[in-house]
Design a protein around this ligand. Structure first.
Ligand SMILES: Cc1ncc(COP(=O)(O)O)c(C=O)c1O
Length: 393
């Protein structure tokens, strides 16, 4: 009796693996978890304090659907300060997490029969959101470092192309799009008149010389075709608070506001005040977190490349490593489920991100945990190799 709409939805593989690993942990098993897509840091004290103050001040009622004016203004100021983007508060909408922003965007912009170009590997939810909107995901290859090029995008453009999804730095690969390519992609969007959904949730998590560039900041023409999505979840270790935001053309923001008014109404009032402090308050915690992630990133990258049968491109951003495990002879699903079963290490199968050759490891966990997990993976692979040799004899 279920609607067709939900019958076709694949559950989020990242959340599923995380739940399985946490269940094993609950049963007393010593699992090392590389599944989580969230910082292991706590929300900074000043942000928590702002939320407590909001409760004590009785900011506990409905707010405007699209967020309190102070927060919309703070987002507009942040976009100007950090991204060189000029948005009015009326071109900003606050939603219940970045995921909700993205869902609203898909619902507001995509129609049945529209095509949305999705570079592979992609974050799990994009594909499902496009499908729920009854549009068609058009998968687009990336290069051997998971970077998108304008040529690759161009190959996929048809008269039905409505949108390109640009997620840089990327989940799951950690790749940061090349700035020249972003410029050329902007030219393509203008020439063929399609939107660019720029998901910038990992903008602060960049480690080398390559920095994040907001495509909408290039010129007014591309800005009018850009729908920017971001959230406070990753930057401020606020995944549970559920505050995300969109900036884009007024008519899209208005349509999303209408849609949101009939689903969630406003995001939680208290969390909005916390997000306000996150954006306006001191930013030291972001720097400290990024520094810690950089150390972990270099460590896990080195360790992964030291395991026979595994090779890993150096991630430039976000907090994920996306190694190729195809030389082990296992599919990503077999690799992940056996690794969890036999060595109590949780990773996410790459098939969920459109690549069955890879698995995703989140390094948003301590160096000690990364070391324990990597030791186990190394041992597991070596033992397996021994088993295979024995069988061959
Ligand atoms: C690429 C990407 N976009 C958006 C989100 C949504 O984050 P949130 O809904 O917590 O803001 C995530 C979370 O994992 C993500 O990886």
């Amino acid at each position: 009796m279920l609607a067709q709409r939900v019958k076709n939805i694949a559950p989020s593989a990242t959340l599923a693996i995380d739940a399985m690993a946490k269940q094993l942990k609950k049963e007393g098993k010593d699992v090392v978890i590389f599944g989580a897509g969230e910082p292991d840091f706590n929300t900074p004290e000043n942000i928590k304090l702002a939320a407590k103050k909001a409760i004590d001040s009785n900011f506990t009622r409905y707010t405007p659907v699209g967020g309190i004016p102070e927060l919309r203004n703070a987002v507009a100021a942040k976009l100007k300060r950090e991204n060189k983007l000029d948005y009015d508060a009326s071109e900003v909408l606050i939603s219940c997490g970045g995921k909700h922003s993205l869902f609203n965007i898909a619902m507001a912009v995509l129609d049945k029969g529209d095509e949305a170009i999705l570079p592979v590997p992609y974050w799990v939810s994009y594909e499902e959101m496009i499908k729920i909107a009854e549009a068609r995901p058009v998968f687009c290859r990336t290069d051997d470092k998971f970077k998108i090029t304008s040529k690759m995008v161009e190959e996929k453009i048809t008269p039905r192309t409505k949108m390109l999804i640009l997620n840089s730095p990327s989940n799951p690969s950690g790749a940061i799009a090349n700035h020249d390519e972003i410029r050329k992609i902007a030219e393509l969007a203008i020439e063929h008149n399609f939107y660019v959904l720029s998901d910038e949730v990992y903008e602060h998590f960049t480690y080398g010389n390559v920095k994040h560039l907001s495509i909408g900041s290039l010129n007014e023409e591309i800005k009018s075709l850009t729908i920017l999505s971001n959230s406070v979840s990753k930057t401020y270790a606020m995944t549970g608070w559920r505050i995300g935001y969109t900036a884009g053309p007024k008519e899209i923001i208005k349509a999303m506001d209408n849609l949101q008014s009939h689903s969630t109404s406003n995001p939680t009032s208290i969390a909005q005040y916390a997000a306000l402090e996150a954006l306006n308050g001191p930013q030291d915690s972001v720097k400290q977190m990024v520094q810690a992630f950089d150390e972990r990133r270099r460590f896990i990258h080195k360790r992964l490349n030291g395991v026979s049968g595994i090779s890993c491109v150096e991630p430039e951003g976000a907090f994920y490593a996306f190694p190729d495990v195809s030389e082990t002879g296992m599919s990503s699903m077999e690799f992940s489920s056996r690794l969890l079963d036999e060595a109590l290490v949780a990773v996410v199968p790459g098939i969920a991100f459109g690549s069955d050759r890879h698995v995703r490891l989140s390094y948003a966990t301590s160096i000690h945990e990364i070391e324990r997990g990597m030791d186990r993976i190394d041992r597991w692979i070596k033992q397996k190799a021994v088993k295979i040799e024995n069988e061959e004899i």
